[in-house]
Design a binder for this molecule. Structure first.
Ligand SMILES: [Ca+2]
Ligand SMILES: [Ca+2]
Ligand SMILES: [Ca+2]
Length: 406
């Protein structure tokens, strides 16, 4: 309650009879206090209900426009709507629709001088027969109504029993989404399961083609599937994790078909079967992978011994690269060893670098593309400087180049 000091005289009966009666009712206690405690010409205390202030000119309580007087009457971007005795804070999208029905209009309390709550300012206010009709318009997001109780709701809302607009839970009523539905005020949102994305219609879900994102999704081959993708590996490989391919060692897993007299040699992408005894006439097998020519008559002018070695190499391996070391097995005093590539380097893919008196390193100088098999003969020439004795030995290296770079 706000207290005001005022002059209250009988001469100022300029209001209508009804209004005076109302004032008398509303401020009965205050008036009584004035009559009994003050002389007619003496200042008296006068009070108005909350939201009103005494207007000296009109000698009545006048609505306070809080939307003007309060600097931040509504926060958060809400719209301020002044109302008799108070104010509303409404969402910006709220709409107020005034009834244009003439039967709904009649003389009523003068706007701004109303001593009691009255409707939202109406061009032609009328007295309402039903008390509820005197209530302000209920204005909420999606709500359109008038005082006569006819209500129209925006899309996504429905009128309930209380004549109010309530959100439709589309997820329960129509379930429009193909996968997941989330209800929101006035609408709904569809979402898709993992591996799917929302289609342009915002309702259905379409598969994500993960394989189109990048060529690095899979080491070998990406296969798109509904809601997911899988990586595939070529024959001779197995999937390692989700994207990598790992060679199957057929020689260990037993997935080879080599005979007992054959040696199984695994390489990236397959396996090979080589004879355990690679020696041909005039050579005889004198050790594992070693062939020796010992016949004085037949071995004249041929390499006395040949050692067979095998190695696997990935296709398109980066170069230069050290790939194989050749080393003398017997070291004699007063000997000098030299190394050379005797055969198998017609394309110039290899280079033999002498690393010591008894060893040399085979270098790859050009990338090899598989699947392919290279046989390179590496020769070691031994010169005994004291006895002036020369001999040679051969290492036959079989290089198996896999079909892929993994
Ligand atoms: Ca909804
Ligand atoms: Ca997919
Ligand atoms: Ca293999």
């Amino acid at each position: 309650m706000k207290l005001y000091t005022c002059r209250f005289t009988q001469q100022k009966g300029i209001f209508s009879r009804n209004f005076m009666m109302f004032r008398i009712c509303l401020y009965f206690g205050v008036i009584i206090a004035c009559i009994f405690s003050q002389e007619a010409e003496e200042p008296v205390s006068y009070s108005c209900t909350d939201g009103y202030e005494f207007d000296v000119g009109s000698q009545g309580c006048k609505d306070i426009n809080e939307c003007v007087t309060l600097p931040d009457a509504c926060k958060g971007g809400m719209r301020c709507i002044n109302y008799y005795g108070g104010y509303f804070c409404l969402p910006p999208n709220a709409q107020i629709i005034f009834s244009t029905d003439q039967s709904d209009t009649a003389a009523g309390p003068a706007p701004g001088i109303a001593p009691a709550p009255a409707p939202v300012p109406d061009p032609t206010p009328v007295p309402e027969p039903e008390p509820v009709a005197r209530q302000p318009l209920l204005v909420w997001p999606g709500f359109h109504g008038n005082r006569r109780g006819t209500v129209r709701c925006s899309a996504g809302f429905l009128v309930d029993e209380q004549n109010q607009c309530r959100d439709i839970n589309e997820c329960e009523t129509s379930n429009p989404c193909q996968h997941m539905c989330f209800n929101i005020m006035g609408s709904y949102i569809c979402q898709c399961k993992q591996g799917f994305e929302l289609a342009p219609d915002s309702i259905s879900c379409q598969d994500i083609d993960e394989c189109s994102y990048s060529s690095y999704m899979c080491q070998y081959q990406c296969v798109n599937q509904p809601g997911q993708y899988t990586c595939m590996c070529p024959d001779g490989y197995q999937l390692q994790g989700t994207s990598l391919c790992q060679d199957v060692n057929e020689c260990e897993t037993g997935g080879h078909n080599c005979r007992d007299d054959e040696l199984c040699w695994n390489y990236h992408g397959g396996f090979r079967c080589y004879p355990r005894n690679p020696c041909h006439e005039p050579y005889v097998r004198t050790g594992e992978n070693r062939c020796t020519c010992s016949s004085p008559s037949l071995c004249h002018g041929v390499t006395p011994s040949i050692v067979y070695k095998y190695m696997s190499i990935l296709s398109d391996r980066s170069v230069p690269a050290d790939i194989f070391q050749i080393q003398a097995t017997n070291i004699y005093a007063n000997t000098h060893n030299t190394f050379r590539i005797k055969a198998g380097n017609e394309g110039g893919e290899f280079f033999l670098r002498r690393s010591s008196n008894v060893s040399a390193m085979l270098m790859l100088t050009k990338p090899l593309t598989g699947p392919r098999e290279h046989i390179v003969d590496l020769e070691m020439l031994t010169h005994n400087t004291v006895l002036n004795y020369r001999s040679s030995s051969l290492l036959r290296l079989t290089l198996i180049v896999g079909p892929y770079s993994f």
